[in-house]
Design a binder for this molecule. Structure first.
Ligand SMILES: Cc1cc2nc3c(=O)[nH]c(=O)nc-3n(C[C@H](O)[C@H](O)[C@H](O)COP(=O)(O)O)c2cc1C
Length: 205
């Protein structure tokens, strides 16, 4: 079982990464193989809406997107981690998800004309277990959380529940103090256990 965490914070060792690492460590104790990719040193341009992926069956923009997409495609479970920026996820993660979701769909399906339907053939993300994780200093994390949740729900993913939303409260004055939110720490660990159990259950069916 492979879990991939995508850290959408521009800060390499910030609160988002800390929560993701807590979750991955918990998953490791249950036997999962884990990896973390940080978007902060990658170049990922926004989707241009060129529809080039419909013909090419892959995103045609050449930058650091393709290797990350390959990591996502290999994973059984994906943690999408984001700090809250003005009640939203940061632009780098948004760019990745726009391109991954759109090109991932047309990698597996043929686009028809406006008046023709298509039979869903799945996407690169069909059946993957996806968990959103957001961090905020004070407010707005629910909106960012909802962005990630809506991406997963629209991309044929399985979203495990938890005892609370997977959110942490940290970062006042730029502090890296994720561990200070002990409830948040427990939420991330519980999320990891639920992801692993969900993947195990899906593999049994
Ligand atoms: C540009 C910017 C916008 C932010 N917007 C919000 C916000 O809307 N709500 C909030 O509670 N915190 C906001 N914050 C604070 C961060 O979400 C918080 O410090 C978080 O812990 C940062 O995560 P990181 O350490 O992984 O980068 C903002 C920070 C920055 C730099």
């Amino acid at each position: 079982m492979r879990l991939l965490a995508i850290c959408g914070s521009p800060r390499e060792s910030g609160n988002t990464r800390r929560y993701l690492e807590l979750a991955l460590k918990e998953a490791q104790t249950l036997g999962a193989e884990t990896e973390l990719v940080w978007l902060g040193d990658k170049t990922i341009h926004g989707c241009k809406g060129c529809y080039g992926c419909v013909q090419a069956r892959r995103c045609v923009i050449e930058d650091d997107f393709q290797p990350i997409l390959a990591q996502m495609a290999r994973a059984d479970g994906i943690l999408l981690g984001a700090p809250t920026y003005h009640a939203s996820i940061p632009c780098e993660l948004k760019a990745l998800l726009d391109r991954a979701g759109f090109s991932g769909r047309w990698a597996c399906n043929e686009m028809k004309k406006a008046d023709e339907g298509y039979t869903w053939q799945g996407s690169l993300f069909s059946g993957k277990v996806v968990a959103p994780v957001t961090v905020a200093r004070r407010a707005g994390q629910n909106f960012a959380f909802a962005q990630l949740l809506l991406w997963a729900a629209c991309n044929d993913c399985v979203i495990p529940g938890n005892t609370y939303w997977n959110v942490g409260v940290a970062g006042k004055g730029g502090a890296v103090d994720a561990d200070g939110d002990s409830e948040g720490v427990g939420i991330m660990q519980g999320m990891a256990r639920r992801m692993v159990r969900t993947i195990e259950a899906l593999n049994r069916t």
